[in-house]
Design a protein around this ligand. Structure first.
Ligand SMILES: NC(=O)c1ccc[n+]([C@@H]2O[C@H](COP(=O)([O-])OP(=O)(O)OC[C@H]3O[C@@H](n4cnc5c(N)ncnc54)[C@H](OP(=O)(O)O)[C@@H]3O)[C@@H](O)[C@H]2O)c1
Length: 298
């Protein structure tokens, strides 16, 4: 699989990323996680996606146990993590309400916690997880600059940001934001039409795409029956499975999204990674859009 240039000569990703949001549901011990990562590496998947908040603030620690078993692993993978969401849970006893925090000192402390949990000296990329209405762009920029100067985080980005909020934060930084991680799929096409992906393309910033399979809903929810049937019919023409066709829908976008795979099943991961070789025709792509939305384009 050909690698994706994220920052020329500084940072590249595998063409699909392995997401670890659901790691705590996979019933894996450290040794199993390590095996899963190594199997991903055999497929060319080097980039891993995490967040402090995943697994109610325990996912990074679990992944870190696997990192501990294989110190050489760090040089073979890229680690992306996120911060800024807080919610009431055992690990956050002082939190009473779901909220965001993008204050300077909070971001720095959250990144340092991620380093400890993941057993690593640095993050390749740190993202602000959600757009915070109370975000002070100067404070975020200062946190990012300090983390960069200390070598604790190499690159920075955002997630679920509008184009306007991305531009606001970028205007306060003297280095580029490297991605906006967005929900992009046949069933979530908002950013294809609201200018967000156009803006990223204009800025030569590649989005990372989350929940390309609707969080698994596309496989069973009644409302996606027409989409399933359409994708399966298209799949027959490409000798491809339903999930591969839906990944190919995302990969076809000119903003070049980098899909994040959410499965903990290595055979499904293998299958979904192979979607990078599937090229949908325009008519196939628009058929999927129509089947997902239930109406034709004007
Ligand atoms: N930035 C953000 O706000 C944000 C939000 C959500 C997620 N993310 C990132 O994006 C990653 C991917 O999101 P996601 O997990 O929602 O991805 P997804 O691929 O849309 O959904 C994954 C789910 O679909 C199931 N699945 C996959 N292939 C299947 C198949 N062939 N048949 C039946 N079920 C299947 C998986 O179960 P199995 O494990 O059993 O295969 C898993 O439960 C996350 O891990 C996280 O890193 C980011």
């Amino acid at each position: 699989m050909q690698r994706v240039n994220v920052v020329p000569e500084q940072l590249s990703f595998s063409p699909v990323v392995q997401g670890y949001w659901r790691l705590n549901d996979w019933n894996m011990q450290a040794q199993d996680i390590l095996r899963f990562v190594e199997q991903g590496l055999e497929l060319g998947i080097t980039t891993t996606d995490h967040a402090d908040v995943y697994g109610a603030f325990t996912e990074e620690g679990l992944f870190g146990q696997a990192m501990k078993l294989a110190p050489g692993l760090r040089d073979k993978i890229e680690i992306v993590s996120k911060c800024g969401i807080l919610f009431p849970c055992e690990m956050q006893p002082d939190v009473q309400v779901v909220h965001y925090n993008n204050d300077r000192d909070y971001i720095i402390a959250a990144a340092e916690r991620s380093l400890r949990e993941l057993h690593t000296e640095y993050l390749d990329v740190l993202l602000i997880h959600r757009p915070d209405p109370l975000m002070d762009a100067d404070a975020v920029a200062e946190a990012f600059s300090r983390l960069k100067q200390s070598g604790k985080v190499k690159h920075f980005g955002v997630s679920n940001f509008s184009a306007a909020k991305f531009a606001l934060l970028q205007s306060r930084l003297d280095f580029p934001l490297v991605t906006n991680q967005l929900e992009i799929s046949a069933i979530h096409t908002e950013y294809l039409f609201d200018g967000n992906l156009d803006y990223l393309q204009q800025q030569s910033v590649k989005p990372m795409a989350w929940s390309c399979l609707g969080g698994g809903g596309v496989f069973h929810d009644f409302q996606y029956k027409a989409l399933r049937e359409c994708a399966e019919a298209i799949g027959e023409q490409h000798n491809a499975s339903l999930d591969q066709v839906l990944m190919a829908f995302v990969l076809a976008l000119p903003s070049c999204p980098i899909p994040i795979i959410g499965s903990g099943n290595i055979e499904r991961v293998r299958q979904q990674a192979a979607a990078v070789d599937i090229k949908l025709s325009r008519q196939q792509w628009f058929s999927l859009l129509e089947a997902a939305r239930g109406y034709t384009v004007p």
